[in-house]
Design a protein around this ligand. Structure first.
Ligand code: 4AD
Ligand code: MG
Length: 477
């Protein structure tokens, strides 16, 4: 007998005879009612067991976490909140779950505890919902670009290039650990480690992506990226997924249009296709908000917040204008936003970004034309000679969600910049070829996928929106 997904059973239009459901027990009440979940939906289906005709020893095996197969009829439910339930004729325990030992008991667990059990936390309602939303968002990313004719490119994970020039790379070695080449002081010489070549895990697929955009026109990457930054924050991971479109002949304005359209599309896709999961996550969030003081509670419920982003265009503000706004804002010593900027040229701290997005504009903001010396080497220098055509998209509650730019297409200007920053031209000879042969204006950006998932699910810690978070503290599993 083929089993039917619980999602399909719950969506039935009429009762059904002889169905089989398989899943994991969430709870078992009154020796009679099983709440069964199979991951296809946030909702459990209630299964009513004929407990009078079932041996006690079998009933005892129906415990939270056990895998069971149930055969019976789908009947209209007498209970509130559910249209159908399963009147079980028989059940089989596929896999026992020791009630004393199973960590995911039906009670509220701290997110901290759940992170330590990332392999089991997905069996909770919240993490099931988050991971389904994440999957739908991935699909929406591909759908958006594929429908527009972008070519999906897989850029290397092991690479010799530091795309961001920020020195935050994990080194990769092909040599046995006790046989690494050492210099005279006895320190490991990473220059010779990957089949005689120095390599690391990619921080971004952008540079390779650019070479493909200069042939295929519009491309995107969607893959894992790695940063060895030791920042222990709720917004940073050592391993995260990035989406990087790159488009030939697009200038910075086209780049902003693309980013805004793309983000609104994927958010809308999730709103339309994850209704039940988002409703559940919204409820969870409201519950959490209740424990906060009134002043710290979010003004909008989750779905309202997503709707807001869909119905408002992102505010476009130059870095210079943003600095003026920050300078004009009266510092409030008692409140959070007290570190306001006084100097043009400084990088924005997250406090500044939050002030602009959450207090000043109260909507997503695209900041552009940053000072050249706080941005990466590949960005297009403006005619003023001191700013570059960079753009960061800032989101409420998240901060930076996108970083991108129009790229420096002029060979001489790019080489001069690289020399100034001490970036090896020989190592990036292939990148410079794009400027040597048929160079053209082009632009792109990178969206941190987990930051998008954070925004859409309303979660507050990035470790809770990726299946197995890799942070300085956590690299098990
Ligand atoms: O701003 P970033 O460093 O830009 C780049 O890597 C460019 N090469 C992108 C491009 O133009 N093609 O990173 C892009 C985005 C950030 O805006 C942020 O959303 C995310 O990637 N990000 C991280 N997400 C999680 N953990 C980290 N450690 C992240 N670092 C960046
Ligand atoms: Mg950035």
């Amino acid at each position: 007998m083929k089993h039917t997904k619980i999602k399909d059973l719950l969506a039935a239009t009429q009762p059904m005879k002889d169905i089989n459901a398989k899943g994991w027990v969430r709870t078992f009440r009154n020796s009679q009612f099983i709440a069964l979940n199979d991951g296809s939906t946030i909702h459990n289906i209630q299964c009513v067991v004929d407990f009078e005709n079932t041996p006690e020893t079998e009933l005892k095996r129906i415990t939270t976490g056990a895998a069971v197969s149930i055969i019976g009829d789908l009947v209209e439910s007498q209970g509130a909140g559910q249209k159908f339930e399963i009147q079980a004729r028989s059940f089989e325990i596929l896999g026992d779950s020791d009630a004393e030992k199973f960590p995911m008991q039906p009670k509220k667990h701290s997110l901290e505890f759940l992170r330590e059990n990332a392999h089991l936390r997905v069996r909770t309602n919240a993490f099931g919902a988050i991971m389904r939303v994440r999957s739908v968002l991935s699909y929406a990313v591909h759908k958006y670009f594929q429908d527009k004719g972008f070519v999906y490119v897989n850029t290397p994970i092991i690479t010799g290039a530091d795309a961001e020039g920020a020195g935050e790379m994990f080194q990769v070695t092909s040599l046995p650990l006790d046989n690494l080449p050492k210099n005279e002081e006895g320190n490991i010489n990473y220059k010779e480690d990957f089949f005689g070549k120095h390599t690391n895990l990619t921080v971004s697929g952008q540079l390779e992506g650019e070479t493909f955009a200069m042939a295929l026109g519009q491309i995107y990457t969607f893959g894992p990226t790695f940063r060895a930054e030791n920042s222990n924050t709720s917004r940073h991971l050592a391993e995260f997924w990035m989406i990087e479109p790159e488009v030939a002949f697009n200038d910075l304005n086209d780049n902003m249009d693309l980013a805004e359209d793309f983000i609104q599309y994927v958010v809308k896709y999730a709103v339309d296709h994850c209704k039940d999961d988002l409703k559940f996550l919204e409820g969870r969030l409201l519950e959490e908000e209740k424990s906060k003081p009134q002043a710290e509670r979010s003004e909008m419920a989750l779905l309202e917040k997503l709707d807001f982003v869909l119905s408002h265009s992102f505010k476009r503000v130059s870095y210079t204008e943003a600095i003026d706004i920050l300078k004009d804002s009266t510092p409030n010593k008692k409140k959070k936003f007290q570190y306001l900027i006084t100097e043009w040229g400084a990088d924005l701290q997250s406090e500044h970004e939050r002030f602009l997005v959450e207090k000043h504009f109260k909507c997503p903001v695209i900041l552009y034309d940053y000072p050249a010396n706080i941005k990466a080497f590949y960005m297009r220098l403006n005619e003023d000679g001191k700013t570059v055509r960079a753009m960061d998209i800032l989101f409420p509650g998240i901060g930076e969600i996108v970083g991108g730019s129009q790229r420096e297409e002029r060979y001489d200007v790019l080489v001069e910049k690289m020399r100034k920053l001490g970036i090896d031209e020989e190592e990036l000879w292939w990148y410079l070829d794009t400027r040597r042969f048929g160079s053209a204006v082009h632009s792109g950006f990178g969206l941190g996928f987990e930051r998008l998932v954070l925004f859409v699910t309303g979660m507050t810690n990035i470790r809770d929106v990726i299946p197995f978070p890799r942070t300085p503290q956590n690299a098990e599993f």
